[in-house]
Unconditional design. Structure first.
Length: 345
């Protein structure tokens, strides 16, 4: 497990991990002013996210004229993703990083980003999210009290189970599957025939060992970061969800900053997004092999089997479009337009 030396247990819901890739903050006023800035993340130390964070902290410290007083609360020390997202909206936390699904509890239109089998590749996801979805996400967040900084990622979900590989929808029948606390995941697993159970991150490993749940859906990175891999014997890289993450500021706090500091806060989005994504993707193959080294069967799933899973979950899209707002439908259309543009390129 050399890829994960120093990883601590996470204290809150998914997501990401990823968020810590861009946690920066600047204080208002001149070089002599220094403001304490709270940054909430569930990301642990010893990961690609915290490595990039160290780099960003140094850049911002210099660029802000030493006006920065950044305090990053790793591992959910300020609370779960949903709780800290609300604290950020209210301005009690100045910056937040986590899964788009968690932020969707406040901005439900964002569930469009985590639909099952929405993307086929990293390249397609990057293209659609950055060029088509981002403008809509910026507007949606601004209306709900956030300023979007950048996207990051948790990656591609697989299914970890105590007793079986995934070979098709029939594999989910009767399975008690831990679900992220988000309606899109509940709808997806119900469509597959599973019995989804909402559960916070710290509860999952004990529940796996006690048999309260039979498995979980998440990425290889998150599976090891949380030690959930210790509770399963099979892992199938189904790629049924590509999970982005979002790094955002409290709009109440951001709007009080000087124009100079606001500009600095939003610098180098493309560079940090690229570096953050690459850091997560670079270690994925090694993490998959870590399942094998941990005596966990790494299952194979064929394109035909994956197509059956995709067909079984197709109705989730209709559910979203029926439930969401006009702005949510506009976001979903933008995603569809981006996918068409990607296919034609």
């Amino acid at each position: 497990m050399t890829a994960f030396n120093g990883l601590g247990r996470l204290h809150s819901t998914v997501a990401l991990a990823i968020a810590a890739t861009t946690l920066v903050a600047l204080a208002p006023g001149g070089a002599d002013a220094q403001e304490k800035v709270k940054v909430a993340t569930v990301a642990p130390k010893g990961t690609p996210w915290s490595a990039l964070l160290d780099k960003i902290k140094k850049r911002v410290h210099k660029a802000s004229g030493k006006a920065l007083k950044l305090k990053v609360y790793y591992g959910g020390r300020l609370g779960g993703e949903k709780e800290t997202a609300r604290e950020t909206r209210e301005g009690r936390v100045q910056m937040w990083g986590g899964s788009s699904a968690a932020l969707a509890t406040i901005v439900p239109e964002l569930y469009a980003l985590e639909m099952p089998f929405l993307f086929e590749s990293n390249e397609e996801a990057d293209f659609v999210i950055d060029k088509y979805a981002r403008p809509h996400v910026e507007k949606l967040l601004a209306k709900r009290g956030f300023v979007l900084y950048q996207f990051a990622e948790n990656g591609w979900h697989g299914i970890g189970l105590r007793d079986r590989c995934i070979t098709g929808p029939e594999s989910f029948k009767g399975v008690k599957l831990r679900s992220q606390e988000a309606s899109v995941y509940l709808d997806t697993f119900k469509a597959l025939g599973a019995n989804p159970i909402e559960m916070s991150v710290p509860e999952v490993l004990p529940a796996l060992k006690q048999g309260t749940v039979d498995g979980f859906s998440n990425t290889p990175l998150f599976s090891f970061a949380t030690s959930w891999y210790q509770g399963v014997k099979f892992f199938t890289p189904t790629h049924h969800v590509y999970q982005p993450a979002i790094v955002a500021y409290s709009k109440k706090w951001f709007d009080k900053q000087s124009k100079e500091h606001q500009k600095l806060l939003l610098e180098n989005v493309d560079g940090y997004q690229k570096e953050g994504r690459q850091g997560v993707r670079k270690i994925r193959d090694g993490l998959l092999q870590n399942f094998v080294k941990s005596n966990i069967k790494l299952c194979k799933i064929s394109d035909a089997q994956r197509a059956k899973l995709k067909a079984a979950t197709s109705k989730v899209f209709g559910t979203y479009k029926k439930k969401t707002s006009k702005q949510g439908r506009a976001l979903y259309k933008a995603i569809e337009d981006g996918k068409k543009a990607w296919a034609k390129r």
